[in-house]
Design a protein around this ligand. Structure first.
Ligand SMILES: Nc1nc2c(ncn2[C@@H]2O[C@H](COP(=O)(O)OP(=O)(O)OP(=O)(O)O)[C@@H](O)[C@H]2O)c(=O)[nH]1
Length: 416
């Protein structure tokens, strides 16, 4: 079976592992910035000559990626052995974390096309690559970039990595100020809570000092504590991807309405293949809820694969519903409810980054309900989820550019 559950070791983690930290309170709140194409010209005109301007540099090892079918890119960068390939393998290829011990060092840029809810590319950069040398065309690396994920090995001496990151941020800020810089303070599974907090604060301080010395008070830099041995890396990647989704607030409003009306404690809209969630209600993230929902998807995927094989002696008993829909009540009366969101197949360009929303086939809504009476109201929950599904399809079938998506959850019924 291709999608067997990932054997993931859950380790105890501190209160803010995997969550996003914004230390740039003073920065302007611009959730979706202009595309790099629009901004690179401005960057060139500003004329700081520390490195060659992107359009002037010569292309060498990085092939030209310009063209109509360029997909948005996530770059994984950081020093050697910091854990970049491990993160890509665990998140996008379901590799069990222990098997990353056998990964060989990356020697060339690894390009991974992810075909899922969104079509995008993940580029894994070898730690030793000197991409600021004139042999590399910065436009090919940073143009049409969704986000730069910088991985720092928190178990190792990180000063070198921080210095290199600072250099990278300054250059990126100069030429591509719209790129989100996502700093994964990684491998924190081996650190005590206290050491983890100290390391986190030290790294943030060093980066913010350097940037404010250079006059970049509002650089879009976000920090996450991550490890492949728990769900923090999925949580962090979810936040990274969410920043690329226009009208995220519309999706969140829809989910909030649904969650309020149904009494859901937490609701996630998951991408089934990667188990990244593309939106959730706006209540604080609870890692335990995320873990339950994520594991439940694995169970459902496995069961549906088991029973979806064509068998000559098996006959359909009647009309089948298209979407998987399921719930389970746990020993403490917590209910997990799952519904696949695959009603329509649509293909839309998303604004600024030209992301293709291939379809809703890969999306599923998973909710946690702690109300013991919820199982008696499953009919109402199902009905509300279907209303949400219609609203979601309506959002996706409208132009993102117009911003004309509905702002509420339609006529979902309230559960008292
Ligand atoms: N404890 C711990 N080890 C990790 C974690 N992530 C990765 N590792 C280990 O770190 C080592 C290096 O990981 P890689 O993914 O190969 O590192 P890389 O950054 O891709 O290295 P290069 O390809 O040389 O640039 C491997 O032995 C992984 O098992 C983590 O979250 N916790």
């Amino acid at each position: 079976m291709s999608d067997s559950p990932v054997a993931r070791v859950s380790r105890p983690h501190g209160p803010f592992i995997g969550r996003e930290f914004k230390f740039w309170k003073r920065r302007r709140q611009l959730p979706f910035r202009k595309s790099e194409a629009e901004l690179s010209l401005l960057g060139n005109l500003q004329g700081n000559n520390q490195v060659a301007a992107p359009t002037q540099a010569k292309s060498a090892s990085v092939p030209n990626t310009k063209g109509p079918d360029v997909k948005p890119r996530l770059l994984l960068m950081g020093l050697r052995r910091s854990g970049k390939s491990s993160i890509a393998s665990v998140v996008f290829h379901k590799m069990p974390p222990n098997e990353t011990l056998f990964l060989e060092s990356t020697t060339r840029i690894q390009k991974d096309s992810i075909h899922s809810f969104m079509d995008f590319q993940v580029w894994d950069f070898p730690g030793q690559l000197e991409y600021f040398e004139s042999a590399f065309d910065l436009e090919d690396i940073f143009g049409s970039l969704g986000a730069l994920v910088w991985v720092i090995d928190a178990q190792d001496d990180y000063l070198d990595s921080v210095a290199r990151l600072n250099r990278t941020i300054l250059t990126v800020q100069q030429f591509y100020p719209g790129i989100n810089i996502e700093v994964f303070i990684h491998k924190v599974d081996g650190l005590s809570d206290e050491y983890r907090t100290d390391t986190f604060q030290d790294i943030v301080q060093r980066i913010s000092d350097e940037l404010s010395d250079a006059g970049y008070e509002n650089a879009p830099v976000h920090y996450y504590l991550t490890s492949i041995y728990d769900y923090s890396v999925f949580e962090a990647f979810s936040k990274v991807i969410q920043k690329l989704i226009p009208n995220l607030s519309t999706l969140e409003n829809l989910i909030n309405t649904l969650a309020n009306n149904c009494g859901f404690e937490k609701t996630y809209l998951f991408d089934v293949l990667s188990k990244i969630y593309i939106a959730s209600d706006t209540r604080p993230v609870d890692m335990a809820c995320y873990e339950m929902c994520s594991d439940y998807i694995d169970v459902i995927v496995d069961i549906s694969e088991l029973y979806s094989w064509d068998h000559p002696s098996r006959k359909r008993l009647g009309e089948q519903i298209q979407e998987a829909e399921s719930h389970v009540v746990l020993h403490d009366q917590t209910m997990i409810h799952l519904m696949e969101m695959n009603k329509y197949v649509i293909c839309l360009p998303m604004h600024s980054l030209n992301i293709l929303i291939e379809n809703c086939r890969y999306l599923c809504l998973v909710s946690v309900i702690r109300n013991p009476e919820a199982k008696d109201k499953r009919g109402l929950i199902d009905m509300n989820c279907r209303t949400f599904q219609d609203a979601l399809n309506e959002v996706f079938s409208r132009s993102w550019e117009e911003g004309s998506a509905p702002q509420d959850g339609g006529s979902t019924a309230e559960i008292k």
